[in-house]
Ligand binder design. Structure first.
Ligand code: COA
Length: 261
């Protein structure tokens, strides 16, 4: 994937690691990064991965937000396009058909926090800092946090963070359910992501992908509609090779070999 100036991508054992690579600007998201992410994610959507880890280069930041310098020259129309591009990228992360983990070390501010919230969950290092400082710039979060943070925590907590532009430590993010695991440093964090995905890799990729879709769609519906989605997906899996293999392997007391079919 050397076609990208601002992204690095490595794949090992069906685990992808995508690194935003603008360390001199703390990995801030300008139109180039967002366009490259869009291209990358359209390719990534067709890959058969166990999972994707999103991280930032360097020791200081995951992503320090949308590029403030770039925004100073935008008019309302250009800002609308920039915001929609950021939101499109966030939705493309969400729709990847396999697990995604944001590995947050250092600053995850503004659009950086928003990209992390677009992943299935966030693992953090003890040095992670989460914040939505947009109101300090006369702006509001524009890549999804007004909606996703409110849904992941509560509207009241999202307001508390957004109104004050206040930062959270890794420990606070853990308490709030924003991060689900915290590791000592960046190396341990990336290893923790890999270890988690190594556990997922033993399971049916078909079942994992469908479970992701049902959980995501259900979070946007009533309980009744969500249960209906679950019931359909549950019965559909009975037509899969993976279900036959998983149950047969259990009965035969052997390890299952899943094909994702
Ligand atoms: N957009 C553009 N450039 C950014 C950036 C952003 N969001 N965040 C950091 N940078 C750049 C700085 O301008 C600086 O560039 P320079 O060396 O050419 O001057 C470089 O990254 C290093 O940042 P610096 O501010 O010197 O590091 P610091 O350790 O003193 O502070 C932060 C780190 C994260 C606290 C600080 O950079 C910051 O507040 N960034 C903006 C965060 C923000 O408001 N994000 C939301 C945007 S909507």
């Amino acid at each position: 994937m050397s076609e990208f100036q601002t992204l690095q991508y490595e794949e090992q054992d069906k685990v992808g690691v995508l690194t935003i690579n603008r360390p001199d600007k703390l990995n801030a998201l300008d139109a180039t990064v967002l366009s490259e992410l869009k291209t990358f994610l359209s390719q990534a959507a067709t890959k058969k991965l166990t999972g994707l880890i999103l991280t930032g280069s360097g020791e200081k930041a995951f992503i320090a937000g949308a590029d403030i310098l770039a925004m100073t020259t935008m008019d309302a129309k250009a800002a609308g396009e920039f915001g929609r591009l950021g939101q499109n990228v966030s939705v493309m992360f969400e729709y990847l058909p396999y697990p995604t983990i944001a590995a947050v070390h250092g600053f995850a501010l503004g659009g950086g926090f928003e990209m992390a919230l677009s992943c299935d969950f966030i693992f953090a290092s003890e040095k992670a800092v989460f914040g939505l400082p947009e109101v300090k710039l006369g702006l509001l979060p524009g890549f999804g946090a007004t909606q996703r943070l409110a849904r992941r925590t509560s509207p009241a907590f999202a307001k508390e963070m957004v109104f004050a532009g206040k930062n959270l430590t890794a420990a606070e993010a853990l308490t709030r359910g924003i991060a689900t695991q915290v590791f000592a440093d960046k190396a341990a964090l990336l290893q923790g992501c890999r270890d988690y995905l190594a556990v997922v890799a033993k399971n049916s990729p078909l079942a994992v992908g469908i479970a992701k879709r049902v959980i995501d769609q259900g979070a946007q519906t009533t309980l009744e509609q969500g249960l209906a989605l679950e019931a359909i997906a549950f019965s559909q899996l009975f037509t899969s090779q993976d279900m036959k293999e998983g149950t047969a392997a259990f009965i035969a007391k052997r390890s299952a070999v899943f094909k994702g079919e």
